[in-house]
Design a protein around this ligand. Sequence first.
Ligand SMILES: O=P(O)(O)OC[C@H]1O[C@](O)(CO)[C@@H](O)[C@@H]1O
Length: 540
Amino acid sequence: MYPDAIASAAARAEKIGIRALFETDGNRFDTMSFAQDDLILDLSKTAIDGEALRALLAFAGDRGVEAGRDAMFAGRKINETEGRSVLHPALRGLPEDGFAADGRKVGDDVESVLRQMGDFADGVRDGGETGAMGHAFTDVVNIGIGGSDLGPAMATLALRPYHDGPDIHYVSNVDGAHLSDTLETLDPRTTLVIVASKTFTTIETMTNAATARRWIVAALGEDAVKHHFAAVSTALDKVAEFGISDDRIFGFWDWVGGRYSIWSAIGLPLAIAVGPEGFREFLAGAREMDRHFLSAPMADNLPVLLGLAGWWHRVAMDCPTRAIIPYDQRLSRFPAYLQQLDMESNGKRVGRDGEPVAISGPVAWGEPGTNGQHAFFQLIHQGTDIVPVEFLVGANAHEGEDMRVHQDLLLANCLAQSAALMRGRTLDEARRQLLDAGASPEEADRIAPHRVFPGDRPSITLLYATLDARTLGRLIALYEHRVFVEAQLFGINAFDQWGVELGKELAKDLVPVVTGEQDAGDRDGSTRGLVAAIQALRRK
Ligand SMILES: O=P(O)(O)OC[C@H]1O[C@](O)(CO)[C@@H](O)[C@@H]1O
């Protein structure tokens, strides 16, 4: 499945452990941390040693990571099951980058939508764009799901210190509670609704959009729809049917995957929040990472190294999950965003050739630190499964000097967690500590095993100066490319998502059963039983 050199590096890693690597080389950070400008990737607290890294880099070469990357940037149709190019980097490119799909340059189209977004965002922000009764917009509701929600919602929260536009609300769930709880607080006269859907067919989004439309029409009349709605989609014909006026329709292209679309017009709510210039800085940050991915040698290339470390933990170390723990409250939606990016991309059971793969991408999960410490870190430190942790932390906070203690504590906690995971606490150390605290030898023997931390638990730290638009752009692009690198190593297509289809089909089929128009027929016994129970409970 993978070269002997990696297998022997993995066996050596199991035997030696991470703590011993630091004992033999106290300067390990110097050789195992890497940087793109002020963004630092620390791999030193993994079991990857120099030899393992060389073997992994050679494996990346064998798996055609560079060739695959070049094919993606050249606009080749690497999403073979959907017959599409994968060109999200073009959305943050400059004209001189020369991105092209189907042999046609795309830079002018991208720039023209960006200008349209910028003009509209400025209008919403300065009151030039108004509602049907001439009021400026105080609130924007983005209706979308998956890639049409998670990216802009995560980024709007992340860039809160730069948010000087109207309030932005995100509604994704078809559960009526989501829309109802949001609209309840808003005034239709001052609310703009953005319907964001690549396909403009997603049932959750279309249902929420129709309800929001009724809310606007009930308050302001049918004619208000054209003033209070905007749409982002690749399906311009379907948007027009909804009654949205042409100048409020923002297009993008089939070479942009939903979970890679934050850089497109899907980012419109973010542009309204932080302004078009802030949005351009965000794009520029991502482009910086693209250029780094394209030009840095493999051995210094952050997306390649992060991808190799991810693959190493998943395959060579056999860890089924990874935790993403931002020590940055404003990145609290980053783990959820990465779940779609990572698992919708690399959760595949067959490779590009249609043959089963032995292992695909890991489960990604997480919560911000320090909250996670008081919830699930117990398992990460002492449970029987190894969970590689990815810490993200900024050296600087946006809060003033009077709150400096918060950032100091945050940083100290982040560093403490990765150090504790790496070094652990031996039985002897635990026993000694108990004795020093006054325990009797019998008591120390009894309690010490519970206070042992095995250590040698891997973590990766991503350190940045400050969470601003440029850095957020770099971080997201880094993870996008990491997912791509891992897909190359697994041999799978990261850009389709057939695994979401079956549930959608069955849900459509079950609607008349739930409404009682059809009976459950010959569906499975559990579904029949649950439908009967729902109907009984609904009558109560
Ligand atoms: O933007 P759309 O077309 O509404 O799709 C929303 C999401 O649904 C999915 O297709 C999966 O259900 C995602 O890939 C996508 O981001």
